[in-house]
Design a protein around this ligand. Structure first.
Ligand SMILES: Cc1ncc(COP(=O)(O)O)c(C=O)c1O
Length: 265
């Protein structure tokens, strides 16, 4: 059997999906001037799955800034951030975000996938351990694999199971990174963050306890921060906010920041 033979028979799952007349892998969406609606298979639909939470993609300020950025900088940085892709305004945005979150520094990734790959593989290495919620996003699994750390899973949102695992690890718990999500995008449920943080803290494992609920005033400040970054660079730079994520639920006034990252488009 050759390398490509496996592609001759489509997996059963693709067949079964195609029977519904939709193939998510081959989906194209047409957008025509609207941040929240598009056309899929000739049908006008609400775009509930995008990261365009602030609707900035059709904001006149952003469009002006994008045009200005294209004229000043061309169509791209032509290099990774490691090489020549970090411009002073990227750094400025990171400084402003760090300031907002009262953190020492911040880093901006272009997608959530990259954020998880970058963060997890930087924080852990072959001598470390990672405890993952079993229903973590694929990007978390990929980041964990890339780190070379030993990976253990615990059942979804199960604080007792997490504690049991940490207990079993003994001293090694101190070399353990616990990774959970604030909101599980496929299921729509939340992690019991307070309890999990408390357990991780008790066993000396590393966790990010910064994901706290944002107040209405803080949410407004964050919106202003992003809009200010756009406005200040009006005619010069493109900043679209894709990955500052808020979780909202009917009946819940508060919002929670899902990923500590902002994407530059
Ligand atoms: C927790 C989590 N991480 C990463 C991602 C991937 O984000 P992106 O599509 O921006 O790569 C998602 C997407 O929904 C997510 O829910």
């Amino acid at each position: 059997m050759s390398l490509l033979d496996k592609f001759h028979t489509p997996p059963a799952i693709v067949d079964s999906i195609e029977r519904y007349g939709v193939n998510p892998a081959g989906l194209t969406v047409e957008v025509d001037g609207c941040a929240t609606e598009g056309v899929v298979n000739g049908q006008r639909v609400v775009l509930a799955g995008t990261n365009n939470y602030l609707g900035l993609t059709f904001d006149p300020l952003c469009i002006d800034a994008a045009i200005g950025a294209l004229i000043t900088h061309g169509t791209g940085t032509t290099g990774s951030r490691m090489a020549n892709g970090t411009y002073s305004d990227h750094s400025l945005l990171e400084i402003e975000l760090a300031d907002f979150f009262e953190a020492r520094s911040a880093i901006v990734f272009t997608t959530g996938y990259q954020a998880n790959l970058g963060m997890i593989s930087a924080l852990t290495g072959p001598d470390d351990l990672i405890l993952l919620d079993a229903d973590s996003h694929a990007s978390i699994y990929d980041g964990a694999k890339l780190s070379g750390a030993q990976i253990y899973r615990f059942p979804h949102n199960d604080v007792a199971a997490l504690e049991k695992r940490l207990q079993r690890l003994g001293e090694r718990a101190k070399r353990t990174l616990v990774v959970v999500e604030g909101l599980y995008s496929m299921m729509g449920d939340r992690a019991p963050l307070r309890e999990m943080t408390e357990v991780a803290h008790r066993y000396g494992a590393l966790h990010d306890s910064s994901r706290r609920r944002l107040s209405r005033a803080e949410r407004r400040r964050l919106d202003q921060l992003v809009c200010r970054a756009v406005a200040r660079r009006r005619g010069r730079r493109l900043y679209t906010c894709r990955s500052v994520r808020f979780e909202r639920r009917p009946g819940h006034a508060g919002a929670r920041l899902r990923a500590p990252c902002v994407a530059l488009g």
